[in-house]
Design a protein around this ligand. Sequence first.
Ligand SMILES: *Cc1c(COP(=O)(O)O)cnc(C)c1O
Length: 393
Amino acid sequence: MNNDFQRYMDKELNQLEEEGLYNKIRTLEGPQGAWVKIDGKDVLNFSSNNYLGLANHPETVKAAKQALKNYGIGPGAVRTIAGTMELHNELEKKLAEFKRVEAALTFQSGYNTNLAVIPSIVGKGDVIYSDELNHASIIDACRLTAAKVKVYKHGDMNSLEDILQEKREGKTLIVTDGVFSMDGDLAKLPEIVELAEDYNAITLVDDAHGEGVLGSHGRGIVDHFNLHNQVDIEVGTFSKAIGTVGGCAAGSKKLVKYLKQKARPFLFSSAVTPPDVAATLKSIEILSQDDSLVQKLWDNGDYFKTNMKEIGFDVGNSQTPITPVMLGKAKLASQFSAELFKEDIFAQSIGFPTVPKGKARIRVMISAVHSKEDIDYALEKFTEVGKKLSIIN
Ligand SMILES: *Cc1c(COP(=O)(O)O)cnc(C)c1O
């Protein structure tokens, strides 16, 4: 073993501990849900992106079991070599219908989808315009290209237009999160689409936190703003409201045809397993048929946010059920989270590099499966801990 390397890792890990940025990963002793079992006790779950409870829904679990019977567990190899299972094709057709686009292509995760799409469409001589709060998977995907990356101020359309005016050759891509996951605010998609028209740019919106949340039946941000066929590429993930795992890119038939030839995570990494695909299909079916889960999610989110504001917490500028409880220092945020855990509430603190330094917070993820009693219990405990740590009066 290389001793210098061991010492280097010790130093880095110690530094994270000192700054309150060391990630402590909790172990769940059962399925995802409104309550989860951790360290032998039931705790109210405010930390998952399982917005609609589909991660352990009887119908999605049943569909996964059936797929296991019909298709086995493994995909064999990448789709271009082993062939593609009809289940994957069926999901892609269903997704296109749900998103009201011509076609969709699935990947192993949302992260992989950005890594697949962005380097396939821009390269040397091209320019990417990226919101400063875009998700890490977008940042990493941009780094994988030889394109020039220009970052605009968060949600600031003047800042975007200023840099769009600079002279350039080659292709132009504007890329943004749909819902910003740590703050819960929305991209100004109508303005972005307009600017893209004015400056001949390609548009990509990563709708990870919009699917199952925004628009009719949770169709996402494009539906929310009624911008169908005006955004070139919608990137999505199944690991949030959809409750499973996987990612997708949606747009024109030509886009999907192109990505099947060019996207490296499609060409060099195998597809997700049949049970995942079947469960995802079921989630999309559930959403298409009935939007009561989406309605419940919004009702719960509004109830929690309104009350937290009244109690005196700073809950930022969220336009969605995501509720950041702003605390500032990472150490304070992790202390707050630890105090909540003592009271049987699992709400992780979030610090740098997931959010900017000095903007640490507890990010409360309300879901459709929380009851009013659950939320009232949380409001009571947030108040107690907030007073104890002198955050509210
Ligand atoms: C969560 C998230 C991803 C990653 O999705 P996975 O399917 O978990 O890889 C990508 N983009 C955004 C904006 C996200 O919020």
